[in-house]
Design a protein around this ligand. Structure first.
Ligand SMILES: [Fe+2]
Ligand SMILES: [Fe+2]
Length: 452
């Protein structure tokens, strides 16, 4: 059984606890979640369809040749779909968090009963995430249905989940190979953990039964990949690694803040000018404020908490580094030409773009759609440069954080995977490869279909 090697002395004073208590109190005193619930209850797409939900820069395909010649109604649709895609990923990340918040709280509480407050704090954050997820999903459902039609809801805006999933399974890079190998080895001797202390904990330990594509996507969902089970078991069993999970969560918080701050500023600008504020803009604004509490929790737990725990073993340090390395690989490995805040290959989004360009928004033939996709993904344009600027801002924030963790390997301290992904040239080359592969498979399928 995987278990903590040492039990913490209850007399040990953890100086982070009072700071977390204060943050928890501030969160309890706020009413941002209630505001989100109200906006969620009353959301109608038609009441919000004529307004931008964020600055035009935060629109899908912004800076591409297609965006330049799009009509106003198409530009509005691209602006709304950018919101949808961003919050689809946020909702997925938060679905994954519900699992990890619970198992890590459980682990820390089992190590030291003085950490009981953490269980309550994280349960409160978890319940807030449930309301956030509900609001995002409802706006996404209604918006996708209105813009792309009912057909798009059969596999809504998430075709890239299956593309990325396939790649992950096929992936043979050193990271997944190493982690899979260790995971298989560890799982062979795995017995049920005895650290869980609540019904919630038991529920959380059973994996989420649908695939998610969030920041912790390597770590959640029912999957045959032992890697996911492996990280889950480690974060939920060693206090040092439970705290390390919050370092990864802080990386996700920074990624969210890097984009959502712009939405919050946009809300403030409209409010100051007494202009109409679309409900999704208001949801983003209140979510930004709610998440500030979560970000503070992640920072104290991820950066400082481990200093009050027994020294980690070499194994624990190794797993902690592997987790951060994986977070870079899975979320921050490229530059995008189609979205300002996306740091993954655009190749994964081709299927969705085909759906979008053939939907009533653009009404293109398959051939036209493919020509435009090639122009947007495989040639340099302003969109890539806007993304690179946002990428570099996030990279600098992540490095500032990573420098404060003394147990990190240089590749994590310098965020080297993310840094090396920040190349327009490399990203376009990867897009060309993915596009050619897609076009080849598409032509094969067309030939087969016409032959039948
Ligand atoms: Fe949230
Ligand atoms: Fe959160």
């Amino acid at each position: 059984m995987i278990t903590s090697t040492e039990t913490l002395p209850t007399s040990q004073i953890n100086k982070v606890i009072p700071l977390l208590e204060k943050n928890y109190g501030n969160n309890l005193d706020s009413d941002y979640t209630e505001k989100i619930q109200e906006l969620d209850r009353n959301f109608k797409y038609t009441s919000n369809s004529n307004a931008y939900w964020s600055e035009p820069e935060h629109s899908l395909l912004y800076g591409t040749p297609l965006y330049e010649q799009a009509s106003l109604s198409q530009k509005l649709a691209l602006n709304h779909l950018h919101w949808v895609l961003f919050y689809k990923r946020v909702a997925d990340s938060e679905t994954e968090l519900i699992h990890y918040n619970t198992i890590t709280a459980d682990c820390l509480m089992a190590a030291n009963s003085e950490y009981k407050m953490l269980v309550e704090l994280l349960a409160h954050e978890t319940s807030q995430e449930r309301h956030h997820i509900h609001a995002f999903s409802l706006v996404n459902y209604k918006t996708t249905k209105a813009l792309l039609g009912k057909k798009a809801l059969i596999n809504p805006v998430s075709d890239e989940v299956s593309v990325r999933e396939q790649k992950r399974v096929q992936s043979s890079n050193y990271l997944s190979s190493a982690a899979n190998l260790i995971a298989m080895f560890m799982l062979k001797s795995k017995k049920p953990s005895e650290t869980e202390n609540s019904r919630d904990g038991k529920e959380a330990k059973s994996q989420v039964s649908f695939p998610t594509n969030g920041f912790f996507n390597g770590f959640s969902g029912k999957s045959t990949q032992p890697r996911r089970q492996f990280f889950s078991d480690n974060w939920g069993s060693y206090p040092f690694l439970a705290a390390n999970f919050y370092a990864v969560r802080y990386m996700a918080n920074l990624g969210l803040k890097n984009h959502e701050f712009g939405l919050h500023t946009y809300y403030k600008k409209l409010q100051k000018n007494n202009e109409f504020i679309a409900s999704p803009t208001a949801i983003s604004h209140y979510h930004f404020l709610d998440e500030a509490f979560h970000t503070t929790t992640s920072l104290f737990l991820g950066r400082d908490f481990h200093k009050y725990l027994p020294k980690p073993s070499r194994y624990e340090k190794w797993i902690a580094n592997l987790a951060i390395l994986q977070a870079q690989h899975e979320n921050l490995n490229a530059i995008s030409g189609i979205s300002t805040n996306r740091f993954l290959s655009d190749g994964d989004a081709i299927i969705f773009l085909m759906k979008l360009l053939q939907s009533p928004v653009f009404d293109m033939s398959a051939q036209e759609a493919m020509q435009w996709i090639e122009k947007c993904l495989c040639q340099e344009h302003q969109g890539f440069h806007v993304n690179l600027k946002v990428h570099n801002h996030l990279l600098s924030d992540l490095r500032k954080f990573a420098k404060q963790l003394d147990y990190l390997w240089p590749v994590n301290r310098n965020m080297s995977v993310m840094a090396s992904g920040g190349s327009i040239k490399k990203s376009i080359q990867n897009n060309i490869k993915a596009f050619n592969e897609f076009a080849h498979n598409y032509a094969l399928k067309e030939n087969t279909d016409s032959g039948n």
